[in-house]
Design a protein around this ligand. Structure first.
Ligand SMILES: Cc1ncc(COP(=O)(O)O)c(C=O)c1O
Length: 385
């Protein structure tokens, strides 16, 4: 171990993975720890991949993604955001995670800083850590109005070494969503200071107040330093496929192409064919997933709201509930106890950085029956503890 790079050797174990490794495979356990639902990829999407494989599309391909998928993404964004972004801005990546990785590799390295509101998906900080980039955390506030971001504190956290502000909205794990005004203010600040914004909007459609959450794409001006991350995972139940996309300024094309080449050398053509079908024919399916998540949110919030010991802000977006239990502050231990004693799998808030430590995260993108059963078990456990 001592012969490894310090950045690799000291990578934190993901708290989510720790709980998962402890509980995976337990008979009857209800897994609410990961960021995915319980619905399989629909056949009309999988069939497109089968057809492509059978037609022999099994060779190396365009590093930026096949032209058809990039064109289809351009049309998809025109439809949903009402904005024309030409195909040359789109890059197909091996997951949203890899889009995050490539965005970070492009803008920040050893000695640089990036600013991230927390609690946040742990993979941002870990990705920065690998490259020697320092993460400056700006904790959200847990208030009576829900999770809020103090924009002045975000601005004050940006110093001479800051290269990028990382904004995930709707946010995992808090359900925080930037307002249109906040998005515009952060974009204007970054523009003035010459900072990059890495906008992770993979939950953009999981917004419970409008069809689409306020987006950095809507306030972007030509020349803005904006890298936009999205994925096929969440809208079309494709978490296991590992395919996402990055939207970037055209001038970065050759650099991003090289970063893809030297990280993974592109995404399988047959997966990309399935991606085209998801975007073109998957509208009803995606809408159904969002409706299901909304029902899941209402169910878990409705069941937990009457309990005096449980505190949470109703999530405005994404598909997680972050809640605390009075008297249960050691959430790492609590995650393991709930596996042993209630047979439910939750993620401990310690996994998500400053401000999340005393919370537990629960994914509600699941069937009514399994959520109801999970709530029975959790509430039963609370009565005895
Ligand atoms: C906020 C956020 N961004 C990106 C991702 C990456 O998704 P994937 O790598 O499956 O595309 C996730 C997955 O949970 C996420 O929660």
């Amino acid at each position: 171990m001592s012969a490894l790079r310090p950045e690799a050797r000291s990578l934190p174990e993901s708290g989510i993975v720790r709980a998962l490794n402890y509980g995976i495979g337990r008979p009857g356990l209800i897994p609410l720890w990961a960021g995915e639902g319980d619905v399989q990829t629909p056949a009309f999407i999988s069939d497109a991949a089968h057809r492509s494989m059978q037609a022999g599309e099994t060779f190396y391909t365009h590093q930026r993604g096949i032209p058809e998928l990039r064109e289809t993404l351009s049309a998809y964004h025109r439809r949903h955001y009402g904005i024309g972004i030409s195909a040359e801005h789109f890059f197909i990546t091996g997951s949203g995670m890899q889009a995050v990785q490539i965005a970070m590799q492009a803008v920040a390295g050893s000695g640089d800083e990036i600013v991230i509101p927390t609690p946040a998906w742990p993979n941002y900080a870990a990705t920065a850590h690998i490259s020697g980039t320092r993460v400056i955390e700006v904790p959200l506030d847990f208030t009576d109005d829900g999770w809020t971001l103090d924009i002045d504190r975000l601005k004050a956290a940006c110093g001479l070494k800051t290269k990028a502000i990382f904004i995930n909205s709707p946010a995992n794990p808090t359900g925080w969503c930037a307002t249109r005004e906040e998005v515009a203010e952060i974009a204007a600040f970054a523009r003035k200071r010459g900072l990059w914004i890495i906008a992770d909007e993979v939950y953009g459609r999981y917004f419970y107040e409008a069809p689409l959450a306020p987006s950095f794409l809507e306030v972007a001006e030509p020349g803005d330093r904006l890298l936009f991350v999205d994925t096929f995972s969440k809208n079309w139940a494709m978490t296991g496929w590992r395919m996402g996309w990055l939207i970037a300024p055209v001038e970065l094309g050759a650099t991003i192409e090289s970063l893809i080449q030297y990280n993974s050398s592109g995404v399988a053509v047959f997966m990309q064919r399935a991606g085209v079908v998801a975007l073109e024919q998957g509208e009803a399916f995606a809408a159904e997933q969002v409706a299901r998540a909304r029902a899941g949110r209402d169910l878990v919030c409705g069941r937990l709201a009457p309990l005096n010991r449980v505190h949470f802000a109703t999530p405005r977006g994404a598909f997680y509930l972050l809640f605390s239990i009075e008297g249960e502050d050691d959430t790492d231990a609590l995650a393991l106890r709930l596996i042993d004693e209630a047979n439910i799998g939750l993620a401990p808030g310690t996994a998500f950085g400053s401000g999340g430590e005393r919370f537990m995260r629960l994914c509600f993108a699941r069937s009514r029956e399994s959520l109801d059963e999970a709530m029975d078990r959790l509430i039963g456990w609370l009565e005895n503890n």
